[in-house]
Design a protein around this ligand. Structure first.
Ligand code: Q46
Ligand code: ZN
Ligand code: ZN
Length: 323
């Protein structure tokens, strides 16, 4: 297998693009592709300050690396969820994010959830109804809130996440199976800013996970290999597995599913939902972030309830006290 550009030994054969590239040309190709997507979907301009949500994994660190190689002004945000007991997941990923920032002399904001909010994500999940089965619900709510807050507080125009094509297609697949038109209308490379919410973008949304992983490896980026221990058994992993089997038989099917969806959406397939305004958003009296609840937002209500239960612990509850 030879590189299509120079004839040297190829390190990656991308059947879906009918393209094989050597290390050097692959490391040129991926940032060029990313730039193409940034411009095509009007994600941001070179004048804008970008906040990259960094988990310590290959996609987000790879994205941060690409953005700085392309000359964008991109700072990082790491959210320490306190997912450590038995896994050390948060401390390892935090260390990877910090080491990358230091090596490249980049600014990294760190929000320590247990120190700032009073409990780790697993503890918060145990103490609220949101965590009956998994901590992902309280985790997602908390991450969304913190990402938006930090972006607004520090004046970033846009928040970038490292979601790759495999992530996007798994979500699309799930939303299509249930015809979740509200979610489908909002899924895409860019979620425009709304009052109180910054613009969110996914510059890697058209890159296969395999391509993103190869980039991180070939660039020598040190990232956390393990997934969050709570990801195990997630429906999205099942969908990814099904989609991978389809991709093996029909290379390119994931990309064409995603692109056809974007085309159908642009053509008005989800028009009524796309045009619908969000129901009355009001600032939360506690934190100021927009909410439809008519009172305190669900982030504040959840964490108030966690803290009230922490001060009156139920017998036998495995608490993780504030740091
Ligand atoms: S939501 Fe759930 Fe993830 Fe949070 S608890 Fe882990 S798996 S990190 S993307
Ligand atoms: Zn080459
Ligand atoms: Zn609030």
């Amino acid at each position: 297998m030879k590189c299509r550009k120079c004839g040297d030994r190829a390190v990656l054969n991308m059947r879906q693009h009918r393209l094989s590239l050597c290390r050097e040309h692959f490391l040129e190709w991926l940032p060029q592709q990313t730039l193409r997507f940034i411009e095509k979907y009007h994600m941001f301009t070179p004048d804008e300050r970008i906040l990259v949500a960094v988990s310590g994994g290959k996609d987000s660190l790879g994205l941060w690396d690409v953005l700085q190689r392309l000359g964008y002004q991109a700072d990082g945000l790491y959210i320490d969820l306190g997912i450590d007991q038995g896994s050390g997941y948060s401390s390892t990923s935090r260390q990877k994010a910090a080491a990358f920032a230091e090596a490249h002399q980049l600014t990294l904001h760190v929000v320590d959830v247990p120190a700032e909010l009073g409990a780790s994500i697993p503890t918060a999940a145990q103490l609220t109804h949101r965590g009956l089965h998994k901590p992902c619900s309280v985790c997602g709510l908390t991450k969304r809130h913190i990402m938006n807050r930090v972006a607004r507080d520090f004046g970033y125009g846009v928040l970038a996440t490292g979601h790759n094509l495999d992530d996007e297609v798994a979500v699309l697949f799930g939303n299509t199976l249930s015809w979740a038109t509200g979610y489908l209308a909002r899924q895409g490379p860019v979620l425009d800013a709304e009052p109180g919410f910054v613009r969110k973008v996914k510059p890697f949304c058209r890159l296969y996970e395999r391509e993103s992983a190869a980039y991180a490896l070939l660039r020598g980026i040190e990232y956390v290999y393990e997934e969050c221990p709570h990801a195990e058994g997630a429906t999205s992993i099942y969908y990814k597995d099904v989609l991978n089997r389809m991709e093996a038989e029909r290379p390119g099917i994931k990309l064409s599913f995603y692109l056809s969806f974007l085309q159908a959406r642009a053509g008005g397939f989800l028009q009524p939902a796309t045009g619908a305004a969000r129901p009355d958003m009001q600032p939360c009296p506690n934190c100021g972030q927009p909410t439809t609840s008519g009172g305190t937002c669900s982030f504040c209500r959840t964490w108030d309830s966690v803290r009230s239960r922490l001060t009156t612990p139920a017998e036998g509850t495995d608490h993780n006290p504030p740091a």
